[in-house]
Design a protein around this ligand. Sequence first.
Ligand SMILES: *[C@@H]1O[C@H](CO)[C@@H](O)[C@H](O)[C@H]1NC(C)=O
Ligand SMILES: *[C@@H]1O[C@H](CO)[C@@H](O)[C@H](O)[C@H]1NC(C)=O
Ligand SMILES: *[C@@H]1O[C@H](CO)[C@@H](O)[C@H](O)[C@H]1NC(C)=O
Ligand SMILES: *[C@@H]1O[C@H](CO)[C@@H](O)[C@H](O)[C@H]1NC(C)=O
Ligand SMILES: *[C@@H]1O[C@H](CO)[C@@H](O)[C@H](O)[C@H]1NC(C)=O
Ligand SMILES: *[C@@H]1O[C@H](CO)[C@@H](O)[C@H](O)[C@H]1NC(C)=O
Ligand SMILES: [Cu+2]
Length: 206
Amino acid sequence: MKLTWSALAVVSTAMSVVNAHFQVAFPEVRGPFVDDNEPQFCDGYTEAANRTLFPLTNGFITWQSEHPTWIAGVMISTASDPTNFTYFHTSSGADQLVVGYFRGSGTTGLCLSVMPTAAGIPGVQDGANVTFQMVFNGGDGVLYQCMDVTLSSNYTIPSSINCTNPMGQPPTNSTSTMPSSGATATIVNGGFLGLGLVGILAAILV
Ligand SMILES: *[C@@H]1O[C@H](CO)[C@@H](O)[C@H](O)[C@H]1NC(C)=O
Ligand SMILES: *[C@@H]1O[C@H](CO)[C@@H](O)[C@H](O)[C@H]1NC(C)=O
Ligand SMILES: *[C@@H]1O[C@H](CO)[C@@H](O)[C@H](O)[C@H]1NC(C)=O
Ligand SMILES: *[C@@H]1O[C@H](CO)[C@@H](O)[C@H](O)[C@H]1NC(C)=O
Ligand SMILES: *[C@@H]1O[C@H](CO)[C@@H](O)[C@H](O)[C@H]1NC(C)=O
Ligand SMILES: *[C@@H]1O[C@H](CO)[C@@H](O)[C@H](O)[C@H]1NC(C)=O
Ligand SMILES: [Cu+2]
């Protein structure tokens, strides 16, 4: 089977219905999911909200998707109240990433491996208040959700929050900007951290 990304994008767009985007479960997002606002900065929430403790290393984001195939990544801001995209960019205007953009597939039980300090971003340190902005494209445009967290070197995510098949790649060798169209995406796929069935499927589809 050989499918192109553009074919998949067309299929997933055709199957889109109301509420067919993506939703982060952990850490807590800025406010209740608003389907129509997800194409906007932080799902439409411009103010920092409740902060969740998050480890400096070995962290993860749990989430679900209504699109079977997608591109995803995670930007970070070290500002205490990041109110627009500028706060999530490097000084040169590239997306400041803790999870590089990568292609994946799957709808439930998803999680992204997040190593906040791995990219060496200034200010990403013990005790810092930072914000993750997950960026996603399942074929119907680029979507966003934000999580305000406090980084802690002595915190471990409770075992009641599952991440059995972590995905994602460190930001070091991915594209620095989310492709606006899946059809023209050229993602350097450095490989999944957790190469499970999903990773193998994604590799076949690419
Ligand atoms: C923040 O947390 C409090 C207490 O858990 C909760 O009542 C409130 O709804 C949360 N606020 C948001 C924006 O989620
Ligand atoms: C983002 O917010 C800052 C501070 O309010 C402001 O200076 C900057 O112009 C804003 N950038 C955009 C793209 O709106
Ligand atoms: C982080 O945010 C919390 C809650 O908003 C606040 O109490 C704390 O002072 C902040 N810490 C820093 C280092 O800014
Ligand atoms: C854990 O680290 C935080 C800073 O991230 C600090 O405020 C707190 O006192 C530490 N707790 C323990 C038990 O060491
Ligand atoms: C965690 O995963 C295990 C095994 O897949 C499952 O039995 C359990 O219900 C999951 N827990 C949560 C909170 O999702
Ligand atoms: C991606 O990173 C890995 C590990 O650092 C490296 O081996 C590989 O050559 C890199 N790939 C590209 C295309 O830069
Ligand atoms: Cu959608």
